[in-house]
Design a protein around this ligand. Structure first.
Ligand SMILES: C[S@@+](CC[C@H](N)C(=O)[O-])C[C@H]1O[C@@H](n2cnc3c(N)ncnc32)[C@H](O)[C@@H]1O
Length: 195
């Protein structure tokens, strides 16, 4: 299943069909980082690296994962101005974090903007477990996910997020809005691993 999804995302990068790649860091992330001391972050489905660049500019160190090589290459090109010690990029599946021993288990912040909501439902439990196990106690998980819609397999209902990720993380807030790029409702979620 993941192979089909990977092929589909690869095609979209190859044809330049990436409406998510605005080059702008979402204000929810900008505001969060303004008040948070720098640490280690993990960007799941990092795409072309816009959020990683913002993290590095704010003094964070960051790991980014994406299963599309073109995305990793674009992110690498964007991050070359930073010291090689400050970031790492991996072409890897976010549902297989345990297969990547180089990843840390004490991230202060994990971010998923538009990646998890397209996973095979069979992989979501493992994905949620690995996020909880990779976060430091007190660490934050920022998630952006569209809501389910009839014409798409992509989307997580807020109730699903509470049931899966909320099992091990505290849901601090959810903010609903309309995602104009897909013409559907979507939510930001801020979750925290209990200290
Ligand atoms: C909608 S895009 C968002 C990219 C980036 N987060 C942004 O906001 O610009 C989703 C990204 O997640 C990646 N992705 C989706 N499923 C993945 C998986 N199972 N493992 C790794 N990357 C995945 C896609 O290749 C794509 O780059």
């Amino acid at each position: 299943m993941t192979d089909d999804r990977q092929a589909s995302f690869s095609l979209r990068y190859a044809s330049g069909d990436m409406p998510w790649d605005s080059g702008i860091t979402p204000p929810e992330i900008v505001e969060l980082l303004a008040d948070l001391p720098a640490g280690w972050a993990l960007d799941l489905g990092c795409g072309a690296g816009t959020v990683m660049r913002h993290l590095l500019r704010r003094g964070w160190r960051a790991d980014g994962l994406d299963f599309v090589q073109r995305a990793i290459d674009m992110a690498d090109a964007k991050l070359r101005e930073f010291s090689p010690e400050s970031y790492r990029l991996f072409r890897h599946d976010v549902t297989r974090l345990d297969d990547l021993p180089l990843l840390r288990s004490d991230y202060n912040l994990i971010i998923d903007i538009g990646c998890g909501h397209s996973l095979d439902p069979a992989d979501v439990g493992r994905y949620a477990d690995s996020i909880a196990s990779r976060l430091n106690a007190g660490g934050l998980f920022m998630l952006y996910a569209s809501h389910p819609r009839p014409d798409s397999t992509v989307g997580w209902a807020p109730r699903q997020v509470a049931q899966t990720l909320g099992r091990q993380l505290d849901l601090l807030w959810e903010q609903r809005g309309d995602d104009l790029s897909i013409g559907a409702p979507a939510s930001w979620y801020k979750l925290r691993k209990p200290a």
